[in-house]
Design a protein. Structure first.
Length: 334
């Protein structure tokens, strides 16, 4: 009897190399990729084209890209299991992004949360960069090029996948079956880490340094940030995001980095004060960052990054080229 061949479902995701990668990025995205790489056929890319949405210095973009790929590898993404590549190395992303933008409409693009949020912070409406408005077309192309079954997202990014689904269905209806319609995957816990200075807001690369821990910053600075993190009324260490957002956020961080269930942490710190709890969280964070930074330094000195990106781009291009060729035929460009 012939052995049954089991085909893994395909998953794709990427991170923009803008700003410095944070602990929130690790817990909400990179750590998820690590857990998925054995279960799915993973495509993970550095979204450097999306980094051009807002002005960024070339030197900064290059350094951020180098740091990001180093962190991916240091955290455990295996190039033998994951297709790891730079978005700009696969020109089909930009080409399909152009076509998908033309298949979207003004109304759905203007409803995107990121556009509404960023444009609201710019006083001169005439000065809003076009990229903030049209980037969803490129984001849809990132996903649809690879016939991805699933897209891991944070709770605030689910809207992008919903638009991608709409664009895929619209294109399929207009030109015949072309794209697989992807599903978003949102982690139940740990998918969103909040600011240490304001636990009602997401920990962000663009927020204040005090509330954000950067993966490659001095570990002593990171410890101080944890120790000064905003907590809640009372003294009970309990996971209750609604009534105790500060403590719940710290529990999420410690649980993820120590691979310890939150329920077990609640029992461990039963009767303890916030000070002792925050010190324990800080110890876990510092241990994690110290080990990670040592691995990053080793990877950057080894010269392996260029090889990984070159091999990843070749694998990704092979798949993307076939899909774009099919799209060109459907729309009449070939």
């Amino acid at each position: 009897m012939a052995e049954e061949i089991i085909t893994k479902k395909r998953m794709i995701s990427g991170i923009k190399p803008t700003g410095k990668l944070t602990l929130g990025n690790y817990i909400g995205a990179v750590n998820q990729f690590i857990s998925y790489q054995d279960e799915y056929e993973m495509y993970v890319f550095i979204a450097d084209l999306h980094a051009l949405t807002l002005p960024i210095e070339a030197k900064e973009l290059r350094q951020n890209t180098k740091d990001l790929i180093s962190i991916y590898l240091a955290c455990g993404l295996d190039p033998n299991k994951v297709v790891l590549f730079k978005q700009s190395d696969v020109h089909e992303h930009a080409e399909l992004g152009y076509i998908m933008t033309f298949n979207s409409n003004m109304g759905e693009l203007s409803r995107m949360t990121q556009y509404k949020d960023k444009s609201s912070k710019i006083s001169d409406r005439q000065s809003i960069p076009t990229g903030i408005f049209i980037y969803p077309g490129l984001m849809a192309a990132d996903i649809l090029l690879y016939d991805a079954d699933y897209v891991p997202v944070g709770v605030d990014q689910k809207q992008h996948v919903e638009l991608t689904r709409d664009l895929a269905i619209r294109f399929n209806s207009r030109y015949s079956e072309t794209f697989k319609v992807p599903e978003p995957v949102v982690a139940k816990r740990g998918s969103k880490v909040y600011s240490l200075s304001d636990p009602t807001k997401k920990m962000s690369k663009s927020e204040s340094d005090k509330g954000t821990i950067y993966l490659l910053e001095d570990v002593n600075i990171a410890r101080k940030k944890i120790m000064s993190a905003v907590t809640d009324l009372g003294h009970e260490v309990k996971f209750d995001p609604e009534n105790k957002p500060g403590i719940s956020n710290l529990l999420t961080i410690m649980s993820t980095l120590s691979s310890t269930p939150i329920e077990e942490l609640e029992k461990r710190f039963e009767g303890s004060g916030y000070g002792d709890f925050k010190k324990a969280v800080a110890d876990v964070v510092v241990d994690f960052m110290t080990n990670l930074q040592a691995k990053v330094k080793e990877i950057q000195a080894s010269g392996v990054i260029d090889k990984v990106l070159e091999e990843g781009a070749l694998k990704a291009s092979y798949v993307a080229r076939k899909k774009l060729s099919k799209v060109y035929r459907k729309v009449g460009l070939r």
